[in-house]
Design a protein around this ligand. Structure first.
Ligand code: PLP
Ligand code: COI
Length: 357
């Protein structure tokens, strides 16, 4: 599909940031966006890269009432030689379409998704920051824009991509976070939308997150919605627990996100000689293993969160330090290897990196 590139008038160019160490996460957006529309009876039409601009939306449109919305998150990395790489964008395209199917939205052809992002990043390449720990965060999104109050799948959608130069997702950077195991609220249930990357999952998690913050925790770790017993994931990352010779994570059973970083970590840990287990993790067993010192390290994985070490885990009234509370050696090794591949410092033997022309 041909993507039209509309002119970017001088007065629509935004002031550039001057200090990359102050970027934070997702507050600043680049000059241009990709926008493609889907209309019933026509399919995908009017693909264009245009100046970044607000939408004018009918107040009745479906996304505003019934949350028919999906999104993705991936990054463009600037290498030391100035070139730019994406990390496994085809995986985001596939997951986007799984989310679309769950939310009764049209699939975006994989080449439109990936080529559109490549063209947009190429045009905006000056926006990709270059200092340690920074990247250009890419946010593909689809919303239902038909103005009607009946509950039904929309007959009109916007697929759009916006981009934001970012630093670390957590203010603490690559430092251990404290996590509270949530035993009141649940995020997802079997048959629900937990596996889809859809806004409602995040809206419904806000209350638990706020309450945990008030108690001094950085994040909540969700348990399964039926037994409130098995570890699921954290709000923006999958969770891993490292024993002496193995790495354990929750299985993909339909209620957690199939993280692309999760998949990469499983492959990297395997290549480092660890055995990897995807299996149900009973929170009581996990706490017992932590108490006994068998769990050496815990960390989360995500595009925004990269690899985030966990310093302490609290469940009900018990708080346990993980390892020595600092960054464990495997966590550090995985962080270094993953970011090494993403930033071109380490050879990509997995075929994950996609260099921009
Ligand atoms: N779990 C949730 C709920 C997320 O929002 C994310 C972030 O995308 C992840 C896990 C990690 O997924 P990925 O590694 O694909 O970014
Ligand atoms: C990502 O890591 O890309 C995410 O989507 C996390 C986000 C909720 C900030």
């Amino acid at each position: 599909m041909n993507i039209q590139v509309l002119p970017l008038p001088e007065d629509r160019k935004k002031p550039r940031y001057t200090d990359e160490s102050q970027l934070g996460f997702g507050r600043l957006f680049t000059d241009r966006m990709l926008l493609v529309e889907w209309k019933a009876g026509q399919g995908w039409v009017d693909a264009r890269i245009q100046p970044y601009a607000p939408f004018s939306l009918d107040p009745a449109c479906l996304v505003l009432h019934y949350a028919q919305e999906i999104f993705e998150g991936l990054k463009a990395y600037r290498w030391e030689d100035g070139s730019i790489a994406l990390f496994r964008p085809e995986m985001n395209a596939r997951r986007f379409n799984l989310s679309a199917a769950r939310l009764c939205m049209p699939e975006v052809p994989e080449d439109l998704f990936v080529d559109g992002i490549e063209q947009l990043v190429s045009l905006e390449r000056d926006w990709v920051p270059g200092s340690e720990g920074t990247s250009l965060y890419i946010r593909p999104t689809m919303i239902a824009v038909e103005p009607v109050l009946g509950v039904k799948p929309s007959d009109h959608y916007y697929f759009y991509v916006i981009m934001s130069p970012v630093g670390a997702y957590y203010a603490a950077g690559f430092n251990p976070v404290n996590i509270m195991v949530e035993d009141t609220y649940v995020r997802a249930v079997p048959g629900g939308t937990g596996e889809a990357k859809t806004g409602g999952n995040y809206a419904s998690s806000l209350k638990a997150g706020l309450e945990a913050k008030k108690k001094g925790f950085d994040q909540v770790l969700w348990l399964d919605g039926v037994h409130k017993r098995y570890i699921e994931e954290v709000g923006a990352m999958n969770m891993f627990f490292a024993y002496a010779d193995k790495v354990v994570t929750a299985p993909l059973a339909g209620s957690i996100l199939n993280g692309i970083t999760r998949d990469s970590v499983l492959k990297l840990a395997g290549s480092l000689g660890f055995s990897v287990e995807e299996r149900p993790i009973d929170v009581n067993d996990l706490m017992a293993d932590l108490r006994a010192g068998k769990v050496k390290e815990a960390f989360g994985s995500g595009t925004a969160a990269v690899i985030t070490p966990v310093g302490a885990l609290c469940y009900k009234d018990e708080c346990l330090q993980v390892g020595d509370g600092g960054v464990g050696s495997l966590t550090q090794k995985l962080y270094d290897t993953l970011t090494g591949i993403q930033y071109g410092r380490i050879a990509d033997t997995f075929g994950w990196v996609r260099k921009l022309a």
